[in-house]
Design a protein around this ligand. Structure first.
Ligand code: NAP
Ligand code: HSE
Length: 428
Protein backbone atom coordinates (compact mmCIF):
# COMPACT_ATOMS: atom_id res chain seq x y z
CA UNK A 1 0.00 0.00 0.00
CA UNK A 2 1.32 3.49 -0.78
CA UNK A 3 1.72 6.39 1.66
CA UNK A 4 -1.07 6.94 4.16
CA UNK A 5 -3.59 9.74 3.70
CA UNK A 6 -3.04 12.35 6.44
CA UNK A 7 -6.01 13.56 8.45
CA UNK A 8 -5.76 16.46 10.93
CA UNK A 9 -8.44 17.65 13.33
CA UNK A 10 -9.38 21.19 14.30
CA UNK A 11 -10.95 20.41 17.69
CA UNK A 12 -10.58 17.28 19.79
CA UNK A 13 -13.47 17.61 22.22
CA UNK A 14 -16.50 15.38 22.48
CA UNK A 15 -16.88 14.54 18.76
CA UNK A 16 -13.13 14.83 18.06
CA UNK A 17 -12.41 12.21 20.72
CA UNK A 18 -15.04 9.95 19.12
CA UNK A 19 -13.42 10.37 15.71
CA UNK A 20 -9.97 9.56 17.13
CA UNK A 21 -11.33 6.42 18.86
CA UNK A 22 -13.09 5.22 15.69
CA UNK A 23 -10.10 5.99 13.44
CA UNK A 24 -7.89 3.93 15.75
CA UNK A 25 -10.30 1.02 16.24
CA UNK A 26 -11.35 0.83 12.58
CA UNK A 27 -7.97 1.49 10.94
CA UNK A 28 -7.70 -1.96 9.24
CA UNK A 29 -11.27 -1.85 7.94
CA UNK A 30 -10.87 1.72 6.67
CA UNK A 31 -7.60 0.87 4.93
CA UNK A 32 -9.29 -2.07 3.21
CA UNK A 33 -12.25 0.08 2.14
CA UNK A 34 -10.12 2.95 0.85
CA UNK A 35 -7.08 1.15 -0.48
CA UNK A 36 -4.71 3.30 1.61
CA UNK A 37 -4.24 3.83 5.33
CA UNK A 38 -5.54 6.91 7.08
CA UNK A 39 -3.04 8.55 9.40
CA UNK A 40 -4.00 10.92 12.18
CA UNK A 41 -1.52 13.80 11.96
CA UNK A 42 -2.36 16.78 14.21
CA UNK A 43 -5.14 18.05 16.43
CA UNK A 44 -5.64 21.76 17.01
CA UNK A 45 -7.08 22.50 20.46
CA UNK A 46 -7.37 25.45 22.85
CA UNK A 47 -5.32 23.78 25.58
CA UNK A 48 -2.48 21.73 24.09
CA UNK A 49 -1.04 20.92 27.53
CA UNK A 50 -3.96 18.62 28.36
CA UNK A 51 -3.40 14.95 27.40
CA UNK A 52 -5.88 13.46 24.90
CA UNK A 53 -6.53 9.75 24.47
CA UNK A 54 -5.13 8.43 21.20
CA UNK A 55 -2.83 11.42 20.60
CA UNK A 56 0.84 11.93 21.43
CA UNK A 57 1.71 15.32 22.96
CA UNK A 58 3.64 16.34 19.80
CA UNK A 59 0.44 15.91 17.74
CA UNK A 60 -1.38 18.59 19.75
CA UNK A 61 -1.09 22.23 18.75
CA UNK A 62 -2.80 25.56 19.22
CA UNK A 63 -1.38 26.89 15.95
CA UNK A 64 -3.26 26.46 12.67
CA UNK A 65 0.00 26.99 10.75
CA UNK A 66 1.35 23.75 12.23
CA UNK A 67 -1.61 21.88 10.72
CA UNK A 68 -1.56 23.64 7.36
CA UNK A 69 2.23 23.55 7.21
CA UNK A 70 2.12 19.75 7.32
CA UNK A 71 2.38 18.56 3.71
CA UNK A 72 1.18 15.09 4.69
CA UNK A 73 -2.23 16.40 5.80
CA UNK A 74 -4.71 16.06 2.92
CA UNK A 75 -7.97 16.17 4.89
CA UNK A 76 -8.79 18.70 7.62
CA UNK A 77 -11.71 17.86 9.92
CA UNK A 78 -13.22 20.89 11.68
CA UNK A 79 -14.84 19.92 15.02
CA UNK A 80 -14.43 23.12 17.02
CA UNK A 81 -17.97 24.47 16.74
CA UNK A 82 -19.12 28.10 16.76
CA UNK A 83 -18.85 30.62 13.95
CA UNK A 84 -15.35 32.05 14.46
CA UNK A 85 -12.57 31.13 14.23
CA UNK A 86 -14.06 27.95 12.73
CA UNK A 87 -15.20 29.70 9.51
CA UNK A 88 -11.82 31.36 8.90
CA UNK A 89 -9.93 28.15 9.66
CA UNK A 90 -12.10 26.19 7.20
CA UNK A 91 -11.53 28.89 4.57
CA UNK A 92 -7.77 28.79 5.18
CA UNK A 93 -7.70 25.00 4.96
CA UNK A 94 -9.65 25.02 1.66
CA UNK A 95 -7.44 27.83 0.36
CA UNK A 96 -4.38 25.72 1.16
CA UNK A 97 -5.69 22.92 -1.07
CA UNK A 98 -6.99 20.67 1.74
CA UNK A 99 -10.28 18.82 1.57
CA UNK A 100 -12.44 19.80 4.57
CA UNK A 101 -14.99 17.85 6.57
CA UNK A 102 -17.02 19.70 9.17
CA UNK A 103 -19.83 19.05 11.66
CA UNK A 104 -20.43 22.79 12.06
CA UNK A 105 -24.07 23.65 11.26
CA UNK A 106 -23.68 27.34 12.13
CA UNK A 107 -20.79 27.88 9.71
CA UNK A 108 -22.41 25.89 6.90
CA UNK A 109 -25.83 27.52 7.37
CA UNK A 110 -24.37 31.04 7.39
CA UNK A 111 -21.36 30.73 5.10
CA UNK A 112 -21.92 27.51 3.13
CA UNK A 113 -22.21 29.25 -0.25
CA UNK A 114 -18.93 31.18 0.05
CA UNK A 115 -17.08 28.15 1.38
CA UNK A 116 -18.43 25.88 -1.38
CA UNK A 117 -17.20 28.44 -3.93
CA UNK A 118 -13.77 28.41 -2.30
CA UNK A 119 -13.69 24.61 -2.42
CA UNK A 120 -14.71 24.59 -6.09
CA UNK A 121 -12.03 27.18 -6.95
CA UNK A 122 -9.39 25.02 -5.26
CA UNK A 123 -10.64 21.74 -6.75
CA UNK A 124 -11.17 20.29 -3.26
CA UNK A 125 -14.21 18.97 -1.40
CA UNK A 126 -16.16 20.42 1.52
CA UNK A 127 -18.42 17.82 3.15
CA UNK A 128 -20.70 18.28 6.16
CA UNK A 129 -22.78 15.14 6.78
CA UNK A 130 -22.52 15.50 10.58
CA UNK A 131 -23.85 19.06 10.57
CA UNK A 132 -27.48 17.85 10.54
CA UNK A 133 -28.99 14.93 12.43
CA UNK A 134 -25.76 13.62 14.03
CA UNK A 135 -25.41 10.02 12.89
CA UNK A 136 -28.39 10.05 10.49
CA UNK A 137 -27.25 10.00 6.86
CA UNK A 138 -29.25 12.86 5.34
CA UNK A 139 -26.88 15.27 3.57
CA UNK A 140 -25.49 12.61 1.26
CA UNK A 141 -28.95 11.14 0.47
CA UNK A 142 -30.20 14.62 -0.46
CA UNK A 143 -27.09 15.30 -2.54
CA UNK A 144 -27.04 11.93 -4.30
CA UNK A 145 -29.72 9.31 -3.67
CA UNK A 146 -32.75 11.62 -3.88
CA UNK A 147 -31.32 13.92 -6.57
CA UNK A 148 -33.67 12.62 -9.26
CA UNK A 149 -36.67 13.84 -7.27
CA UNK A 150 -38.49 17.12 -7.32
CA UNK A 151 -38.56 17.53 -3.53
CA UNK A 152 -41.54 19.48 -2.22
CA UNK A 153 -41.14 19.19 1.54
CA UNK A 154 -38.65 18.39 4.27
CA UNK A 155 -40.04 18.03 7.78
CA UNK A 156 -37.78 17.12 10.64
CA UNK A 157 -37.12 16.77 14.32
CA UNK A 158 -33.49 17.89 14.37
CA UNK A 159 -32.85 19.04 17.90
CA UNK A 160 -32.38 16.24 20.40
CA UNK A 161 -32.34 18.47 23.49
CA UNK A 162 -35.78 19.97 22.90
CA UNK A 163 -37.16 16.62 21.78
CA UNK A 164 -35.92 15.10 25.03
CA UNK A 165 -37.57 17.91 27.00
CA UNK A 166 -40.91 17.73 25.16
CA UNK A 167 -40.93 13.94 25.54
CA UNK A 168 -40.36 14.27 29.30
CA UNK A 169 -43.15 16.84 29.50
CA UNK A 170 -45.45 14.46 27.58
CA UNK A 171 -44.60 11.14 29.19
CA UNK A 172 -43.86 12.22 32.78
CA UNK A 173 -45.97 15.36 33.00
CA UNK A 174 -42.81 17.37 33.81
CA UNK A 175 -43.05 21.13 33.50
CA UNK A 176 -40.66 23.11 31.28
CA UNK A 177 -38.21 24.08 34.06
CA UNK A 178 -37.91 20.51 35.38
CA UNK A 179 -37.48 19.08 31.87
CA UNK A 180 -34.70 21.60 31.17
CA UNK A 181 -32.94 20.89 34.49
CA UNK A 182 -33.11 17.17 33.71
CA UNK A 183 -31.72 17.68 30.18
CA UNK A 184 -28.85 19.74 31.64
CA UNK A 185 -28.12 17.11 34.31
CA UNK A 186 -27.89 14.41 31.61
CA UNK A 187 -25.57 16.57 29.48
CA UNK A 188 -28.04 17.05 26.59
CA UNK A 189 -28.64 20.76 27.20
CA UNK A 190 -25.80 23.26 27.54
CA UNK A 191 -25.55 25.41 30.71
CA UNK A 192 -26.83 28.19 28.39
CA UNK A 193 -29.58 26.34 26.53
CA UNK A 194 -30.64 29.30 24.34
CA UNK A 195 -29.51 27.89 20.97
CA UNK A 196 -31.51 24.71 21.49
CA UNK A 197 -34.66 25.93 23.27
CA UNK A 198 -35.09 29.06 21.11
CA UNK A 199 -34.83 27.00 17.91
CA UNK A 200 -31.57 28.54 16.55
CA UNK A 201 -29.77 25.17 16.37
CA UNK A 202 -32.66 23.60 14.44
CA UNK A 203 -32.90 26.67 12.17
CA UNK A 204 -29.23 26.30 11.14
CA UNK A 205 -29.88 22.65 10.32
CA UNK A 206 -33.12 23.38 8.45
CA UNK A 207 -31.41 26.06 6.34
CA UNK A 208 -28.83 23.45 5.29
CA UNK A 209 -31.52 20.86 4.49
CA UNK A 210 -33.63 23.35 2.47
CA UNK A 211 -30.61 24.42 0.43
CA UNK A 212 -29.88 20.83 -0.56
CA UNK A 213 -33.48 19.70 -1.00
CA UNK A 214 -34.73 22.67 -3.05
CA UNK A 215 -31.44 23.89 -4.59
CA UNK A 216 -32.05 27.32 -3.13
CA UNK A 217 -29.62 29.48 -1.17
CA UNK A 218 -31.28 29.54 2.29
CA UNK A 219 -29.82 31.23 5.37
CA UNK A 220 -30.94 31.00 8.99
CA UNK A 221 -32.53 34.46 8.61
CA UNK A 222 -34.98 32.92 6.10
CA UNK A 223 -36.29 30.50 8.71
CA UNK A 224 -39.20 31.60 10.91
CA UNK A 225 -38.00 30.65 14.40
CA UNK A 226 -39.95 30.03 17.54
CA UNK A 227 -38.61 27.95 20.41
CA UNK A 228 -40.28 25.80 23.04
CA UNK A 229 -40.03 28.18 26.02
CA UNK A 230 -43.75 29.07 25.86
CA UNK A 231 -44.95 25.46 25.64
CA UNK A 232 -46.62 24.44 28.90
CA UNK A 233 -47.43 21.05 30.38
CA UNK A 234 -51.03 22.14 29.97
CA UNK A 235 -50.66 22.59 26.17
CA UNK A 236 -49.09 19.15 25.97
CA UNK A 237 -51.94 17.61 27.98
CA UNK A 238 -54.62 19.29 25.89
CA UNK A 239 -52.88 18.38 22.62
CA UNK A 240 -52.65 14.78 23.79
CA UNK A 241 -56.38 14.71 24.55
CA UNK A 242 -57.02 15.98 21.03
CA UNK A 243 -54.82 13.17 19.58
CA UNK A 244 -51.59 15.10 18.96
CA UNK A 245 -47.98 15.25 20.21
CA UNK A 246 -46.16 18.58 20.42
CA UNK A 247 -42.72 18.58 18.77
CA UNK A 248 -40.24 21.27 17.77
CA UNK A 249 -40.83 20.74 14.07
CA UNK A 250 -38.49 22.07 11.41
CA UNK A 251 -40.34 22.37 8.13
CA UNK A 252 -39.28 23.50 4.67
CA UNK A 253 -41.85 23.49 1.91
CA UNK A 254 -42.24 24.80 -1.62
CA UNK A 255 -45.64 26.34 -2.30
CA UNK A 256 -46.39 27.94 -5.67
CA UNK A 257 -42.69 28.46 -6.33
CA UNK A 258 -42.08 30.13 -2.97
CA UNK A 259 -40.25 28.81 0.07
CA UNK A 260 -41.75 28.42 3.53
CA UNK A 261 -39.24 27.54 6.23
CA UNK A 262 -40.03 27.39 9.92
CA UNK A 263 -38.91 25.93 13.22
CA UNK A 264 -41.70 26.02 15.75
CA UNK A 265 -43.52 23.90 18.34
CA UNK A 266 -46.13 22.05 16.33
CA UNK A 267 -49.00 19.65 17.03
CA UNK A 268 -48.46 16.43 15.06
CA UNK A 269 -51.25 13.84 14.78
CA UNK A 270 -50.46 10.65 16.70
CA UNK A 271 -50.66 8.51 13.55
CA UNK A 272 -47.84 10.46 11.84
CA UNK A 273 -44.35 8.87 12.10
CA UNK A 274 -42.70 12.08 13.37
CA UNK A 275 -45.07 12.21 16.37
CA UNK A 276 -43.50 8.97 17.64
CA UNK A 277 -39.87 10.16 17.48
CA UNK A 278 -39.13 10.51 21.18
CA UNK A 279 -36.27 11.37 23.52
CA UNK A 280 -33.01 12.55 21.96
CA UNK A 281 -33.72 10.84 18.64
CA UNK A 282 -33.87 12.89 15.44
CA UNK A 283 -35.80 12.15 12.25
CA UNK A 284 -36.04 13.72 8.81
CA UNK A 285 -38.94 13.16 6.44
CA UNK A 286 -38.48 14.00 2.77
CA UNK A 287 -41.27 14.13 0.19
CA UNK A 288 -40.25 13.72 -3.45
CA UNK A 289 -42.26 13.23 -6.63
CA UNK A 290 -40.62 9.90 -7.51
CA UNK A 291 -39.84 8.35 -4.15
CA UNK A 292 -42.93 9.53 -2.25
CA UNK A 293 -42.22 9.86 1.44
CA UNK A 294 -38.94 8.75 3.05
CA UNK A 295 -38.28 8.94 6.80
CA UNK A 296 -34.77 8.64 8.22
CA UNK A 297 -34.52 8.29 12.00
CA UNK A 298 -31.60 7.86 14.40
CA UNK A 299 -29.32 9.39 17.00
CA UNK A 300 -28.98 13.13 16.37
CA UNK A 301 -25.94 13.64 18.60
CA UNK A 302 -23.29 11.86 20.67
CA UNK A 303 -19.62 11.20 20.01
CA UNK A 304 -19.96 7.79 18.33
CA UNK A 305 -22.99 8.49 16.08
CA UNK A 306 -21.56 11.85 15.01
CA UNK A 307 -18.19 10.19 14.28
CA UNK A 308 -20.03 7.81 11.98
CA UNK A 309 -21.13 10.78 9.84
CA UNK A 310 -17.78 12.59 10.06
CA UNK A 311 -15.85 9.49 9.02
CA UNK A 312 -18.27 8.72 6.19
CA UNK A 313 -17.16 12.04 4.68
CA UNK A 314 -13.48 11.38 5.41
CA UNK A 315 -13.64 7.94 3.79
CA UNK A 316 -15.51 9.28 0.77
CA UNK A 317 -12.80 11.89 0.20
CA UNK A 318 -10.05 9.32 0.82
CA UNK A 319 -11.53 7.08 -1.87
CA UNK A 320 -11.55 10.01 -4.30
CA UNK A 321 -7.90 10.71 -3.48
CA UNK A 322 -6.96 7.10 -4.16
CA UNK A 323 -8.96 7.01 -7.41
CA UNK A 324 -7.59 10.46 -8.36
CA UNK A 325 -11.20 11.56 -8.90
CA UNK A 326 -11.94 15.25 -9.23
CA UNK A 327 -14.68 16.69 -6.99
CA UNK A 328 -18.16 16.70 -8.56
CA UNK A 329 -19.21 20.06 -10.03
CA UNK A 330 -20.92 22.37 -7.51
CA UNK A 331 -24.72 22.30 -7.36
CA UNK A 332 -26.38 25.24 -9.15
CA UNK A 333 -28.62 27.20 -6.77
CA UNK A 334 -31.70 29.19 -7.81
CA UNK A 335 -33.20 32.20 -6.10
CA UNK A 336 -36.67 32.04 -4.66
CA UNK A 337 -38.99 34.31 -2.71
CA UNK A 338 -39.20 33.39 0.97
CA UNK A 339 -42.62 33.81 2.58
CA UNK A 340 -42.95 35.96 5.71
CA UNK A 341 -44.40 34.43 8.91
CA UNK A 342 -47.84 36.00 8.28
CA UNK A 343 -47.98 34.29 4.88
CA UNK A 344 -47.49 30.82 6.33
CA UNK A 345 -50.70 28.85 5.89
CA UNK A 346 -51.41 26.30 8.62
CA UNK A 347 -54.02 24.85 10.88
CA UNK A 348 -53.58 26.28 14.36
CA UNK A 349 -54.29 25.48 17.99
CA UNK A 350 -55.37 28.42 20.19
CA UNK A 351 -55.67 28.15 23.98
CA UNK A 352 -57.49 30.92 25.81
CA UNK A 353 -59.17 31.68 29.11
CA UNK A 354 -62.59 33.28 28.76
CA UNK A 355 -65.57 34.29 30.90
CA UNK A 356 -67.80 31.25 31.49
CA UNK A 357 -71.07 32.76 30.37
CA UNK A 358 -73.44 32.64 27.38
CA UNK A 359 -72.49 34.39 24.15
CA UNK A 360 -68.71 34.28 24.65
CA UNK A 361 -68.01 31.75 21.91
CA UNK A 362 -70.29 33.73 19.58
CA UNK A 363 -68.20 36.86 20.14
CA UNK A 364 -64.95 34.97 19.49
CA UNK A 365 -66.42 33.27 16.41
CA UNK A 366 -67.53 36.63 15.00
CA UNK A 367 -64.03 38.14 15.34
CA UNK A 368 -62.46 35.11 13.66
CA UNK A 369 -65.13 34.92 10.94
CA UNK A 370 -64.66 38.60 10.09
CA UNK A 371 -61.02 37.82 9.11
CA UNK A 372 -61.94 34.64 7.24
CA UNK A 373 -60.55 32.35 9.95
CA UNK A 374 -62.56 29.15 10.01
CA UNK A 375 -62.95 27.24 13.30
CA UNK A 376 -62.44 23.45 13.05
CA UNK A 377 -63.22 22.53 16.68
CA UNK A 378 -63.73 24.03 20.15
CA UNK A 379 -63.16 22.10 23.38
CA UNK A 380 -63.73 23.47 26.87
CA UNK A 381 -61.09 21.97 29.16
CA UNK A 382 -61.17 23.52 32.60
CA UNK A 383 -63.65 25.65 34.49
CA UNK A 384 -62.82 27.87 37.45
CA UNK A 385 -66.14 28.01 39.29
CA UNK A 386 -65.01 30.81 41.64
CA UNK A 387 -63.65 33.07 38.92
CA UNK A 388 -66.42 31.98 36.53
CA UNK A 389 -63.88 31.43 33.78
CA UNK A 390 -63.21 28.53 31.45
CA UNK A 391 -60.15 27.46 29.51
CA UNK A 392 -60.94 26.57 25.93
CA UNK A 393 -58.90 25.30 23.00
CA UNK A 394 -60.06 26.03 19.52
CA UNK A 395 -58.44 24.69 16.38
CA UNK A 396 -58.70 26.38 13.00
CA UNK A 397 -58.82 25.18 9.44
CA UNK A 398 -55.80 26.03 7.27
CA UNK A 399 -55.30 29.75 6.83
CA UNK A 400 -52.68 32.51 6.83
CA UNK A 401 -51.05 33.45 10.13
CA UNK A 402 -51.70 37.16 9.66
CA UNK A 403 -55.52 36.74 9.60
CA UNK A 404 -55.50 34.79 12.87
CA UNK A 405 -53.08 37.24 14.47
CA UNK A 406 -55.31 40.18 13.59
CA UNK A 407 -58.42 38.39 14.94
CA UNK A 408 -56.62 37.41 18.15
CA UNK A 409 -55.57 41.01 18.76
CA UNK A 410 -59.28 41.96 18.80
CA UNK A 411 -60.23 38.87 20.83
CA UNK A 412 -57.53 39.54 23.47
CA UNK A 413 -58.93 43.02 24.02
CA UNK A 414 -62.54 41.80 24.45
CA UNK A 415 -64.09 42.14 27.91
CA UNK A 416 -65.10 38.43 27.91
CA UNK A 417 -61.54 37.21 27.28
CA UNK A 418 -59.16 36.89 30.24
CA UNK A 419 -56.11 35.74 28.26
CA UNK A 420 -55.05 34.32 24.90
CA UNK A 421 -52.71 31.66 26.29
CA UNK A 422 -50.83 30.05 23.43
CA UNK A 423 -51.07 29.70 19.66
CA UNK A 424 -49.36 26.71 18.06
CA UNK A 425 -49.11 25.43 14.49
CA UNK A 426 -50.63 22.06 13.59
CA UNK A 427 -48.91 19.88 10.99
CA UNK A 428 -50.74 18.71 7.90
P1 NAP B 1 -16.52 20.41 22.18
O1 NAP B 1 -16.60 19.17 22.99
O2 NAP B 1 -16.79 21.71 22.82
O3 NAP B 1 -15.06 20.43 21.51
C1 NAP B 1 -14.55 21.55 20.85
C2 NAP B 1 -13.08 21.30 20.55
O4 NAP B 1 -12.60 22.40 19.78
C3 NAP B 1 -12.20 21.22 21.79
O5 NAP B 1 -11.17 20.28 21.59
C4 NAP B 1 -11.60 22.63 21.90
O6 NAP B 1 -10.31 22.66 22.48
C5 NAP B 1 -11.49 23.01 20.44
N1 NAP B 1 -11.63 24.46 20.24
C6 NAP B 1 -12.73 25.22 20.43
N2 NAP B 1 -12.47 26.51 20.12
C7 NAP B 1 -11.17 26.55 19.75
C8 NAP B 1 -10.31 27.60 19.35
N3 NAP B 1 -10.72 28.86 19.26
N4 NAP B 1 -9.04 27.27 19.03
C9 NAP B 1 -8.59 26.00 19.12
N5 NAP B 1 -9.37 24.96 19.50
C10 NAP B 1 -10.64 25.24 19.81
O7 NAP B 1 -17.53 20.32 20.91
P2 NAP B 1 -18.19 19.02 20.30
O8 NAP B 1 -19.39 18.64 21.09
O9 NAP B 1 -17.15 18.00 20.07
O10 NAP B 1 -18.76 19.59 18.91
C11 NAP B 1 -17.90 19.82 17.84
C12 NAP B 1 -18.74 20.18 16.60
O11 NAP B 1 -19.58 19.09 16.27
C13 NAP B 1 -19.67 21.38 16.74
O12 NAP B 1 -19.73 22.08 15.53
C14 NAP B 1 -21.01 20.75 17.06
O13 NAP B 1 -22.11 21.56 16.70
C15 NAP B 1 -20.92 19.54 16.16
N6 NAP B 1 -21.80 18.44 16.58
C16 NAP B 1 -21.71 17.98 17.83
C17 NAP B 1 -22.53 16.92 18.21
C18 NAP B 1 -22.43 16.35 19.59
O14 NAP B 1 -23.10 15.35 19.88
N7 NAP B 1 -21.61 16.91 20.47
C19 NAP B 1 -23.42 16.37 17.29
C20 NAP B 1 -23.47 16.87 16.00
C21 NAP B 1 -22.65 17.91 15.63
P3 NAP B 1 -10.08 22.22 24.04
O15 NAP B 1 -10.34 20.74 24.07
O16 NAP B 1 -8.66 22.55 24.34
O17 NAP B 1 -11.08 23.01 24.82
N1 HSE C 1 -27.52 20.53 20.49
C1 HSE C 1 -27.87 19.62 19.43
C2 HSE C 1 -29.15 18.90 19.80
C3 HSE C 1 -26.80 18.54 19.21
O1 HSE C 1 -29.64 18.99 20.94
O2 HSE C 1 -29.69 18.23 18.93
C4 HSE C 1 -25.77 18.93 18.19
O3 HSE C 1 -26.32 19.19 16.93
Amino acid sequence: MSDPIGVSLLGAGNVGAGVIRALTAGSERYAAAVGRRLELRHALVRDASRAREGLEPHQLTTDLDVVLGDDATSIVVELMGGEEPARSYIAEALGSGRHVVTANKEVIAKHGAALRDLAAEGGVRLLYEASVGGGIPIISPLFRDLLANDITAVTAIINGTTNYMLTAMTQDGADYADALADAQRLGYAEPDPTADVEGHDAAFKLAILCGLAFHVEVGPEDVVQRGITQVTARDIRYASTLGYAIKLLAEGRLVDGELLASVQPTLIARDEPLSKVDGVLNAVQVEGDLVGRVVLEGPGAGAAPTSSAVLADVLDIARDIVAERRPPPPQAYRSMRVRSPGEHHARRYVRMTVADRPGVLGEIGTALGARGVSIASVVQFEVDEDARTAEIVLTTHTGPGEALESALAEIAAAEVVVEVGNVLAMAG
